[in-house]
Design a protein around this ligand. Structure first.
Ligand SMILES: C[S@@+](CC[C@H](N)C(=O)[O-])C[C@H]1O[C@@H](n2cnc3c(N)ncnc32)[C@H](O)[C@@H]1O
Length: 213
């Protein structure tokens, strides 16, 4: 939906936005900064631009949904610009072990639920997940945070973004995404020569990092 371009619009002459879904056509019609933004409906794996066409490229929350290894895709995108900002789902590698255990269960559930095709049923499941799982955990996280221990509760981080309205979309993404890859900090650092240690942010959301070189 191009929401991140808002933050760079005052720092560049031209922004090129790419998505292969109809979302990009909708955004092209509704965008306010049309003079500086160019919209392309295309596959990021086959960008119709020459190498090095951009000074800076950001790709946030996309590559982990591709069927090909997301770190390989980061390497490929390096052709487009000398500097990249990437966000990929983390492998919960900076969390207590029970987070990863929980994720295994949730992943099993996701594989079943994402076969649901009915939009109404998906909405119902998202709503149930929001009220029965997300909001109780967020509340518990807030209580634990009163003694500085919020990070021990799954989903506590969601309280850092807009809890109530974000969680519904989060639940939808959690249960109805067909492909979801996850990477550890160590794996990102393994992008030899591209990601210096200090460039993988220790701050939420995990992991976002800068690639250079
Ligand atoms: C989770 S959304 C994130 C979008 C945006 N970065 C944001 O944060 O609002 C993922 C988007 O990537 C797009 N997408 C997935 N695979 C793509 C591909 N191979 N080429 C272009 N766009 C792709 C999807 O259509 C979807 O709009």
């Amino acid at each position: 939906m191009g929401r991140w371009s808002y933050f760079v619009k005052d720092h560049c002459k031209e922004i090129i936005l790419v998505d292969f879904s109809d979302a990009i056509s909708w955004r092209a019609r509704t965008s306010q900064g049309r003079r500086t933004r160019c919209f392309f409906k295309c596959d990021l794996k086959r960008l119709p631009f020459r190498d090095g066409f951009a000074d800076f490229l950001f790709c946030l929350g996309v590559l982990h949904h591709l069927p090909t290894p997301c770190l390989d895709e980061v390497r490929s995108l390096k052709r487009a610009a000398p500097r990249l900002l990437i966000f990929l789902y983390y492998a919960l590698d900076n969390r207590p072990w029970y987070f990863r255990l929980l994720l295994r269960g949730v992943t099993g559930l996701r594989r079943v639920l994402n076969r649901i095709r009915s939009g109404a049923l998906r909405k119902l499941v998202s709503l149930a997940g929001t009220w029965l799982i997300y909001l109780p955990l967020i509340l518990l996280g807030r209580l634990f945070q009163l003694v500085g221990a919020g990070r021990f509760i799954p989903l506590y981080d969601i309280t850092m973004i807009k809890a109530s309205d974000a969680s519904n979309r989060n639940v939808y993404d959690r249960f109805f995404t067909r492909i979801e890859q996850r990477v550890s900090r160590q794996e990102i650092l393994g992008l030899a020569g591209y990601v210096p240690a200090g460039y993988v942010s220790e701050r939420f959301p995990y992991w976002h990092f800068v690639c250079e070189g």
